[in-house]
Write a protein that binds this ligand. Sequence first.
Ligand code: ZN
Length: 343
Amino acid sequence: MTQPIATAIAGSLPKPAWLAQPEKLWAPWQLSGAALDQAKTDAVRLAVDEQVRAGITVIGDGEQTRQHFVTTFIEHLDGVDFAKRKTMRIRDRYDADVPIVVAAVARRKPVFVADAKHLRQLTENPIKFTLPGPMTLVDTLYDDCYGSREKLAWAFAEILNQEAHELVAAGVDVVQFDEPAFNVFFDEVSDWGVKTLERAAAGLACKTAVHICYGYGIEANIKWKSTLGSEWRQYERTFPLLAASRIDQVSLECHNSHVPMDLIALLDGKDVMVGAIDVATNQVETPAEVAATLRKALQFVKPHRLIGCTNCGMVPLPREVARAKLHALAAGAAIVRGELGWS
Ligand code: ZN
């Protein structure tokens, strides 16, 4: 990045009402067949347009072509049965009916590569593409084949690496792996989580990133957060491992959370995507609030390594709220850039 205090979204943006039911997580599509394909393509154009008009630096596709950030990826793989489902506890927090791994997982065809090529055509800005990380994939499925979360994670890491290499060839500048599971299973993160993440990111000729959050503003997550106490120190376990890893960027939750800002110091040498936008409220941050969060982060990370970001995906928010939050994010970063003598 040439200018300090870049900005980016964590991943998702709300979908237009003609594509999927608004303000709903994992909402079903409103169309099918060729009409659905066309609607997704149009929605990506709008998502890019919203970000560019707001002045966001690193552009994503807003995950407009995905119903779910994990299962949409898995649907394209062999070895997973979506017809049969089992109830599983996800992130140790809530039950969900999930697909079953019935045979060796394999990627016979690209998943998001056509989407990445499309995104590349829509903007001159750097572009970021998100993929679910190996541990989060494992934690969103019932395994009836591998008999080991670690073994399944290594298998997914290989598949993710194949996909990521093709995304880079399509012109993607940042490949981000989403690992909310890293905030829950600390022993596994240390045993094999970071290693499988590095395998997924191996040899990529682009920036690599990991997003670790406290989830969307859904009830199960809000309840969980209320049990975490006045200081959320979960990152203290994972950041030293990530600092020693080959991953370039770390995306974390900050604004309106109880994460102590000084934990960022544990990420010395990494780019840090600081969550300056709360995705669990419709209240829109002011540019001054965003600037205040970024200023605090600057005590622990250099301006060229700081990227103002959202805490998590914005898909469940009303579109006008998400749009206003994008503008606040860009305006807040501009304030701080001005203070540093860059404008
Ligand atoms: Zn998230």
